[in-house]
Design a protein around this ligand. Structure first.
Ligand code: FAD
Length: 388
């Protein structure tokens, strides 16, 4: 049992923090105000080779594990970039895992390098307005036509769909009434977003304004056969393979955000003098920050436990779910404590923590809600009966 980062992982952390220091707090504040995608940041991370940290060397990646990807994403969020920086590059870092695991060699060579180089952007189109977390009931339909599929349906909350060139899309190829299990008959595609057939509408939302999320209206989108990932009808099983690494990375991002929030608040509490002494000399300020620090660091341990299990090829569903839950809740507590520790200035944009508080709601809600994680632990770990 070793709880420390090895030298290579420590080097990744330091290099990423150094790289991200080119993008100071003011950059992220300005992006949040303008709502403009952080193109410069995305490009610089691609050019420095970071997007391929966990992708195979054969397709231009570094061939490292989810542990290294988690080290990197934690540092990205912790640099002050928060969820805006993390979500700008989150897709390329893990999103093409289904292509590496189930794609043909031709697909891997065609699909992955343009994403790692930053030439193309991608998004992840799973959630639907009428079915939500009940993913296997999704209603987007892909009908077989000569040479490929014709797709019709709606998706919601699709992050980066407005700037993306391609999407990883799940759709039903066999109607629900004709399958034995709801998990069957769903198919995964990685396809071009043909804007003539895919209309997007940005969703006005609470935070992370520079990285938009969209409603998608898909009408008669033609997807060629060669863009189907894996076998027809196996899409849900394929998608499941990517869920654990995604939870690990979101957990890493949430703890990074928690860390930077605590750091900002502690610095402010050392400097702000009221009643003739720094506010940080009061235990009423110290203790909540100390508690938030302990919660964030404990959650970070669960994140790296899940990452280590995944990289060793061991079962990690429980730990990955627990890590995402603990990290998001600890990150939220840290951001909220930071705002409250700084009084009025905690609420001012120029002190940044109000932005973190708005952003930390994202890893709490997505890609799976805290309720669903508790359902998972109750059923799978505690062996309690399914409640729904
Ligand atoms: C900023 C943001 C970005 C996102 N990006 C993407 C993206 O890029 N791609 C994508 O596909 N999706 C994305 N999502 C969608 C996200 O994954 C979903 O919002 C999330 O999975 C919850 O689904 P829902 O909103 O449909 O909630 P619903 O399924 O409508 O559930 C609503 C609430 O009811 C609770 N609930 C439902 N059933 C139960 C039950 N049985 N027991 C207990 N509680 C229950 C849920 O936990 C939840 O809190 C994003 C969401 C946000 C907010």
């Amino acid at each position: 049992m070793d709880f420390s980062l090895n030298q290579d992982q420590q080097d990744i952390r330091e290099a990423v923090l150094k790289h991200c220091s080119q993008f100071p707090d003011e950059y992220w504040l300005e992006k949040d105000r303008s709502g403009e995608f952080p193109f410069e940041f995305h490009k610089s991370m691609a050019e420095a080779g970071w997007l391929g940290v966990a992708m195979p060397e054969a397709v231009g990646g570094a061939g490292l594990g989810i542990t290294e990807a988690a080290v990197m994403m934690q540092a990205v969020a912790e640099s002050g970039g928060g969820m805006t920086a993390a979500s700008a590059i989150h897709g390329p870092v893990f999103g093409l895992e289904p292509v590496t695991l189930f794609g043909t060699e031709e697909q891997q060579k065609r699909m992955i390098p343009p994403i790692l180089s930053g030439e193309e952007k991608m998004c992840f189109a799973v959630t639907e307005p009428n079915t939500g977390l009940d993913t296997t009931s999704l209603m987007t339909r892909a009908e077989k036509v000569p040479g490929g599929y014709r797709v019709n349906g709606e998706k919601i909350w699709i992050t980066n769909a407005h700037v993306a060139d391609r999407m990883l899309l799940i759709a039903r190829t066999t109607p629900l009434e004709e399958v034995k299990k709801k998990t069957e008959g769903l198919t995964l595609f990685y396809c071009k977003i043909d804007r003539k057939s895919v209309e997007h509408r940005l969703i006005p939302k609470m935070g992370r304004h520079a990285v938009g999320s969209n409603m998608l209206f898909i009408t008669d989108l033609f997807i060629p056969e060669e863009d189907r990932i894996g076998e027809e009808g196996q899409g849900f099983k394929i998608l499941l393979q990517g869920l654990n690494p995604e939870r690990v990375l979101l957990g890493a991002e949430a703890t990074g955000l928690g860390r930077v929030a605590i750091r900002k608040a502690s610095k402010y509490a050392q400097e702000r003098v009221v009643f003739g002494r720094p506010i940080g000399q009061n235990q009423g300020i110290q203790h909540p920050l100390a508690k938030a620090w302990m919660q964030v660091e404990a959650a970070s341990l669960m994140v790296f436990k899940a990452a280590t299990l995944f990289d060793k090829g061991l079962e990690c569903g429980t730990e990955a779910n627990a890590a995402k839950y603990l990290a998001a809740e600890a990150g939220f507590e840290a951001c909220q404590t930071a705002v409250m520790s700084m009084g009025g200035m905690g609420y001012a944009q120029e002190y940044h923590v109000e932005r973190y508080l708005r952003e930390v709601m994202i890893p709490r809600i997505a890609p799976v809600s805290p309720h669903q994680i508790m359902n998972y632990i109750a059923e799978r770990v505690l062996e309690l009966p399914r409640s729904y």
